[in-house]
Design a protein around this ligand. Structure first.
Ligand code: ZN
Length: 401
C-alpha cells in the first residue's frame, strides 16, 4: 500500500532569504485576495464564480499589465497553486457532502503566509539542503531521514520561524497491529484504555496550557498596557504569539507519542464519538436565556481544549490506517453512568469525579476505567445495532449476536 506522509522541518534563514520568502508569500496572498474579491462580487450579483482555468488566464493578463507586473517576480507555479487552492476552497464550500466547510475568506499576513512548489523535478535535496526555483539552496534542520518519492514542498511561516513541509509517497512498511482497545477520554487522565484482556493502560496529558497559563496572563497584561500598534506593542504581541505556539507544539508532540503507542499495539480502537466542538461550546447562552455554571464550564472547556481530544482522534485515525487498523466511534451516552459489572445505569453511580460506585451492586472502580470497559462492551456489540447499556443483559455479551 502506498501512503502519503509529510515531513516538516524548520528552515535556516537569513535576512536576505527571509525577504524573498515574505515577498513570494505576499504575492500569493495578493493573488488569492484579488480573485477572492472578484468572486465575492460575482456571488453578490448572482453570477457564476470563476474556476481555476479562468483565474489562471486572468492572472496571466495581470502579470502582463504595468500595474500588476510585480507578480512576475514570484515563481509562476506557486501563484497557480494558490489559485488551485482557492478553486478547491470554493468547491468544498459549496459541497453538500462536506457540511462543515465554509466559503473561503480573505487571507491575512499574520495567519496565511505560505506557498507551495508542486513540481518535484525542480527541486533537489542534498546534505540537509534543498534547492527551490528562484530561491536557490536553503538549509533546514533535518531531524529525520526523508524516505519515499517527493511530491511537493510547502514553505510556511509560524511564530517567528519559516518551515518547510515535504510531502512524499512511500511504500507502507509498518508492521500490522493486532488486538483491540477501548479508550475513554478524560480531563484528569487524558486517555484510559482497557484492552480485550482487561489490561488497563493510562496515558496522562501534558496540560501544557495550564502550566503556562500564569506566564501567558502576565504577557497579555503587559500587552494591554501598551499603545496599540506601537513598536513596543508589536514586540510584546510577538512574545504572546510565540508562547501560544510553544504551548501548542508541546501538546502536539505529546499526543503523537500517545497515538503512536496505541496504534502500534492495537488494531481496533473503540473510542467515544465525542463532538469536541459541541462539548467545548461556551455555556454563556444569550441575554434572554443565560447559561448555568458558566465559569465551571469555561474551566472545563479550557481543559478539554488543552488536552487536544480532537487532534488525538485525528492522529489515531490516520496512524491506525497505516497499520491496517481502524478507529470505531462509539456512542458515549451513559458510558460514565453505567456499572460495568451489572449494567445498572444511574446518575447516582457517579458521586465523585474520580470513582464509580454502583448503587445497585456496590461495585467500585476508577470512573474512567469503568467507562472504558463500557465502551469495550459496546464495541463488541457494534456489528448489530447499538444496544443501550441499560438494556444489555450482561456487559461483554451481546444480545443481538
Ligand atoms: Zn453494579
Amino acid at each position: 500500500m502506498i501512503i502519503k506522509k509529510a515531513y516538516k522541518f524548520r528552515l535556516k534563514t537569513n535576512p536576505v532569504i527571509e525577504q524573498k520568502l515574505w515577498l513570494y508569500a505576499g504575492h500569493c496572498r495578493f493573488v488569492w485576495n484579488y480573485f477572492w474579491a472578484m468572486n465575492q462580487f460575482r456571488l453578490e450579483n448572482k453570477q457564476r464564480i470563476l474556476r481555476y482555468a479562468e483565474m489562471d488566464y486572468w492572472s496571466k493578463l495581470l502579470k502582463a499589465s504595468d500595474e500588476y507586473g510585480f507578480l512576475k517576480e514570484a515563481p509562476a507555479h506557486i501563484l497557480q497553486q494558490k489559485l488551485k487552492d482557492l478553486d478547491k476552497a470554493y468547491q468544498d464550500g459549496f459541497d453538500r457532502n462536506q457540511p462543515h466547510k465554509r466559503l473561503p475568506t480573505k487571507r491575512k499576513k499574520a495567519l496565511h503566509s505560505s506557498f507551495r512548489f508542486p513540481e518535484p523535478k525542480q527541486f533537489k535535496i542534498k546534505n540537509k539542503r534543498i534547492f527551490l526555483p528562484k530561491l536557490g539552496w536553503l538549509s533546514f534542520f533535518q531531524s529525520q531521514k526523508i524516505e519515499g518519492e517527493l511530491k511537493n514542498a510547502t514553505l510556511s511561516y509560524k511564530a517567528g520561524h519559516w518551515y518547510i513541509s515535504l510531502q512524499v509517497e512511500c511504500e507502507n512498511t509498518l508492521a500490522q497491529a493486532k488486538g483491540s482497545i477501548a479508550l475513554d477520554l478524560g480531563v484528569a487522565q487524558l486517555v484510559t484504555g482497557v484492552t480485550e484482556a482487561n489490561e488497563v493502560k493510562i496515558f496522562t496529558g501534558t496540560h501544557s496550557y495550564r502550566k503556562q497559563e500564569q506566564k501567558l496572563k502576565l504577557l497579555q497584561q503587559k500587552l494591554s498596557r501598551k499603545v496599540k500598534f506601537s513598536k513596543n506593542w508589536s514586540k510584546q504581541k510577538r512574545k504572546v504569539q510565540y508562547l501560544h505556539a510553544s504551548i501548542a507544539n508541546t501538546r502536539r508532540h505529546h499526543l503523537h507519542k500517545i497515538s503512536h503507542t496505541i496504534c502500534k499495539n492495537h488494531a481496533v480502537i473503540y473510542m467515544e464519538d465525542l463532538k469536541v466542538k459541541n462539548m467545548s461550546k461556551s455555556a454563556k447562552g444569550s441575554i434572554e436565556h443565560p447559561g448555568r455554571n458558566v465559569s465551571a464550564k469555561a474551566g472545563l472547556n479550557k481543559s478539554i481544549l488543552d488536552q487536544g481530544w480532537g487532534e488525538l482522534r485525528r492522529q489515531l485515525e490516520y496512524k491506525s490506517s497505516w497499520r491496517g487498523g481502524i478507529v470505531i466511534p462509539i456512542n458515549p451516552q451513559y458510558t460514565s453512568q453505567t456499572c460495568s459489572r451489572c449494567s445498572y445505569t444511574d446518575k447516582e453511580n457517579r458521586k465523585t469525579q474520580a470513582t464509580f460506585e454502583c448503587t445497585a451492586c456496590g461495585f467500585q472502580m476508577n470512573a474512567d476505567e469503568n467507562a472504558a470497559r463500557n465502551i469495550m462492551a459496546a464495541g463488541l456489540c457494534r456489528d448489530g445495532l447499538w444496544i443501550e447499556p441499560h438494556k444489555r443483559s450482561k456487559v461483554g455479551t451481546c444480545v443481538n449476536v
